[in-house]
Design a protein around this ligand. Structure first.
Ligand SMILES: Nc1ncnc2c1ncn2[C@@H]1O[C@H](COP(=O)(O)OP(=O)(O)OP(=O)(O)O)[C@@H](O)[C@H]1O
Length: 270
């Protein structure tokens, strides 16, 4: 469990990115921070592995304040995936994936076999292991980024807009892959996005943020849709434009689900 207790962050120069933020992130599920640009998502995410230090309050992992942990060890114990995969350009895929294990003193042979294993886990063709990052597509690079984050088998995986820079089709694939991985691996995932559809697809718990890291609403996607807390949330999730208002039309005895723009989106079963 990750817990934010009255957390604040004011950057030098007086920019209050987050003020008095409280949240519990349950283990073995996915929590998504979603909000528009500059609302504090990345700041909140990076407090978990001490890439950002709060100016007030505490962040706890399993009841231990992260401020009491050695920052380097803490960072190595938590998987981190960012938007621009952050791969080392002059190292092969295999070396990129295995770097942290080597830093932890794991033998070369063990690192190699563990790296191959984790490349398979994320669905990357192991024939690509000897390539360099620039010889991969954007989607493949992101898979390597996820493999690298998983190689130490961390309990926690932080993901900062990991699928933001790939095209919509690859993005759909990577999202589906993450859902599969989560069912298999059972990690505590904290995911940042500005895309509400991505948040609703991936999140067990969705945290809608307003400016200054303010919690606009926290809940399961269905609960947020059923009872949005206020007009900001209603508008953010698209309930105000009718886009999520589905209705059923009958065609040849089949109940077809139609959205607010009159587009058929599915078939109602049961
Ligand atoms: N190192 C920094 N120094 C000063 N201000 C910063 C720093 N990092 C972030 N901020 C400010 O803090 C606020 C929150 O930034 P943050 O990156 O957490 O937002 P975000 O929601 O992740 O945005 P985006 O979706 O654009 O990445 C912004 O106003 C930003 O300009």
């Amino acid at each position: 469990m990750i817990e934010y207790r009255s957390v604040s962050k004011t950057f030098p120069g007086g920019n209050a990115a987050v003020a008095d933020f409280d949240l519990v992130i349950p283990s073995r599920s996915t929590t998504v921070f979603v909000g528009s640009s500059g609302c504090g998502k990345t700041t909140l995410l990076r407090m978990v592995n001490r890439m950002v230090e709060p100016t007030g309050g505490q962040v706890l992992i399993d009841d231990v304040d992260v401020a009491s942990r050695n920052p380097v060890e803490l960072r190595r114990s938590i998987g981190y995936v960012m938007q621009a995969s952050g791969l080392l350009p002059h190292r092969t895929v295999l070396d990129n994936v295995g770097t942290v294990l080597r830093l932890q003193g794991v033998s070369r042979a063990e690192t190699r076999s563990r790296s191959f294993e984790v490349l398979e886990t994320v669905g990357l063709d192991t024939a690509l292991a000897d390539r360099y990052p620039h010889q991969l597509s954007g989607g493949q690079q992101q898979r390597v980024g996820v493999a690298r984050a998983l190689v130490t088998d961390p309990n926690i995986l932080l993901m900062d807009e990991p699928f933001g820079a790939v095209d919509p089709i690859v993005r759909d694939e990577l999202q589906a892959e993450l859902l599969r991985l989560q069912r298999e691996l059972d990690k505590t995932i904290v995911f940042v996005t500005h895309d509400i559809d991505e948040a609703f697809l991936l999140g067990d718990q969705v945290v809608i943020l307003a400016k200054g890291g303010e919690r606009a609403q926290v809940g399961a996607p269905a609960d947020i849709l059923a009872s949005p807390a206020n007009d900001f949330v209603r508008s953010f999730v698209g309930l105000d434009k009718g886009g999520r208002e589905l209705h059923v039309e009958e065609r040849d005895g089949v109940r077809v689900v139609v959205d607010g723009q009159g587009r058929a989106t599915g078939v109602l079963k049961g």
